[in-house]
Design a protein. Structure first.
Lengths: 383, 259
């Protein structure tokens, strides 16, 4: 589909971006941000973003969506277990953002006959949108999902952008046929409402991007695929040429923090915050910040390690191998089990592939913690 | 019944036809047949769409009473608006009564209704698919007040529908959509499409896009979209040879990844 006739969304010109920029979101991700804003402004219909874990894509998407004119709703699907949850999350966010005066009525924290609620119900009733089941969460999820889209389009007046972040997590946890039905419903909603643009975010090789290339799937070639990788630490220094006015952090310190944080934008800026304000040199200060961050998160990271036991029977050994630089297949288990564990860890964002045939842990803090607490067998196999 | 490979524009053609007849005053009941184990979701969509048509056509006197009509028909048959109340067994659904709702709309409107079922071949895999398809043939095989428009892409499933026991051929004439649109048609129409998007395409750029697409709708439109995006990124309203060349390169990568 070509850019929609006369429907290009307004976006701020670059000079305006420079004034409103956010160093934390954009440094290391400037090219991806511009690509995303350019694409979304053209109203491509369906955009699928596959993003490496901890790559800062959620913040980037939020910033890009904010840059666009018109109705837009963002939903974090991590809170959703199935299509019914997703439908309710979309409906809740839609009412909160597009009809805020009715939000308390919608969430049942205001009187049932409140004026704002009545107005909303009457308005949507005229357009044939029945709210009760959607509001209360009853009945089949796919039908409620269709209604949530109707609600969004009705409140937006026809044109809207809906971003669903972390959708891959929901789809991966569903039985295959239910995931397919959910995607089929999203595709059908897109067809019914040409003014509705969807942005779906998932992990690399997730179910949505696979569906785009599967000729038997309802979503086959139905949208545009964007691949966002975790930035290499050097990208932070390169992007600072543009984002420098928005941060007073020393360039060398930011670069060193990005190296320690493995290119994870969120951790890079936390290291920067925790780095002592004075000290020998920027590298030493960054290292102090990194150590503080590790101390502060050590208890949660240890729990993360414990919880891996329930992810997969050999998740812990696989994670331990990766943390000390061994290949996952160095674990004493059959290949199929190891592949299953890797697949599960990737779905959860705990593992990722920086390049083909190489695996790494998603969370640098977990990697560092496990290195310090590695099971004894790893010491005998380290490369 | 419009058939052909996926992503060659069957639904676009059907949508355009439906838009045209809607402008001429006909009513269109459009449903994308869902992938489900049985027909309950499809039948619910028939109820929902028919019920909503009156609201979509509020200004049109002939259909002002459509929603009460649908509710009345369902009430007379003892069918709730929410079919989930009938229980989970596929056999419990009054399939024929529900599939006849477009016909009731046509009676009320005094105009033919187009009943557009997108990807109907999915119904072949329903547990009660044979019954649904058979009912469609029985209800609309000799009818003149409802035009059933179907598109589908899975050749084997479509063949199954046309043969015994469903005999869908009694209901629909089969039209096969060519997978390629002649290049002269692209040369004539693509500049207009770019103009709608606020862009001018230069002759050599147009030629590059059309040559790359070789008549294939998806490939041509993918290259055109990337060329348009390139022009926008460069702040230009003109698609020249450079934008087209880069657009073609990006489209080629895109198609290779798909493959």
């Amino acid at each position: 589909m070509l850019p929609r006739p006369g429907a290009t969304l307004r976006k701020m010109p670059d000079p305006a971006l420079l004034q409103t920029g956010n160093a934390e979101v954009l440094t290391g991700r400037l090219a991806e941000y511009r690509e995303l804003v350019d694409l979304l402004a053209e109203r491509p219909g369906l955009t699928v973003i596959t993003a490496d874990p901890w790559s800062g894509t959620s913040d980037l998407l939020g910033a890009a969506i904010e840059e666009l004119d018109g109705a837009r709703v963002s939903v974090d699907a991590r809170a959703c277990a199935d299509s019914l949850d997703l439908a309710m999350a979309i409906a809740d966010m839609t009412v909160t953002q597009l009809a805020p005066d009715a939000a308390a009525w919608w969430m049942r924290t205001a009187p049932p006959a409140g004026a704002a609620g009545l107005r909303l119900a009457r308005r949507l009733g005229r357009e044939g949108v029945d709210l009760d089941d959607l509001r209360l969460g009853g009945g089949p999820g796919e039908r409620r999902l269709a209604e949530a889209m109707e609600l969004l389009v009705a409140l937006a007046g026809g044109d809207a952008v809906l971003a669903v972040d972390h959708l891959g997590l929901v789809l991966s946890a569903l039985p295959a046929h239910e995931a397919r039905q959910l995607l089929g419903e999203l595709r059908a909603a897109r067809r019914r409402h040409p003014g509705l643009d969807l942005v779906l975010v998932e992990h690399p090789d997730g179910p949505v991007s696979s569906a785009l290339a599967d000729s038997g799937h309802p979503l086959y070639r139905a949208g545009q695929l964007l691949r966002f990788r975790r930035p290499r630490p050097a990208r932070f220094l390169g992007d600072l040429a543009v984002t420098r006015p928005w941060t007073d952090g020393p360039v060398e310190l930011i670069g060193a923090a990005a190296e320690l944080a493995g290119g994870v934008p969120a951790l890079t800026w936390r290291v920067l915050e925790l780095a002592p304000s004075d000290g020998e040199d920027d590298h030493t200060r960054a290292l102090s910040g990194w150590r503080r961050l590790r101390r502060m998160t050590a208890a949660q990271t240890a729990r993360q390690w414990d919880l891996l036991r329930r992810v997969h029977p050999i998740a812990q050994p696989v994670v331990a191998a990766m943390s000390v630089g061994l290949r996952p297949h160095a674990v004493a288990a059959n290949s199929k089990s190891i592949n299953d564990a890797l697949s599960r860890l990737r779905e959860l964002g705990a593992a990722w592939q920086p390049e083909p045939r190489r695996w790494a842990l998603g969370d640098p803090l977990l990697a560092a913690w496990v290195r310090d607490h590695a099971p004894p067998w790893t010491a005998r196999r380290r490369p | 019944m419009l058939t052909g490979d996926r992503r060659i524009g069957k639904t676009t053609v059907c949508d355009a036809a439906c838009d045209q007849v809607q402008r001429d005053g006909m009513v269109v009941v459009e449903i994308e047949v869902p992938e489900r184990p049985d027909a309950s979701a499809l039948l619910q969509l028939v109820v929902d769409r028919c019920s909503r048509i009156s609201l979509a056509a509020t200004g049109r006197r002939m259909l002002r009473a459509a929603r009460p009509l649908i509710e009345k028909v369902l009430r007379d048959e003892g069918i709730p608006l929410d079919l989930g109340q009938l229980g989970p067994e596929p056999g419990a659904l009054p399939t024929r009564a529900l599939l006849s709702l477009p016909s009731r709309l046509a009676e009320e409107a005094g105009e033919p209704v187009v009943f557009f079922l997108d990807e109907l071949q999915r119904a072949v895999d329903y547990a009660d698919g044979e019954q649904v398809l058979g009912d469609l043939v029985d209800l609309y095989g000799g009818a003149t007040d409802v035009v059933v428009l179907v598109d589908g892409s899975k050749e084997r499933a479509l063949e199954g529908m046309l043969g015994a026991p469903v005999q869908f051929g009694k209901l629909c004439d089969r039209l096969s959509l060519e997978p390629r649109i002649p290049t002269y048609t692209w040369r004539e129409s693509l500049p207009g499409r770019f103009r709608q998007a606020g862009l001018e395409v230069q002759p050599e750029a147009l030629e590059a896009l059309v040559t790359f697409g070789d008549g294939r709708p998806y490939a041509t439109m993918t290259a055109a979209r990337y060329a348009a995006l390139n022009a926008r990124k460069l702040g230009s309203e003109i698609i020249g040879a450079f934008e087209a060349q880069e657009g073609v390169a990006e489209a080629r990568r895109h198609l290779e990844e798909d493959a």
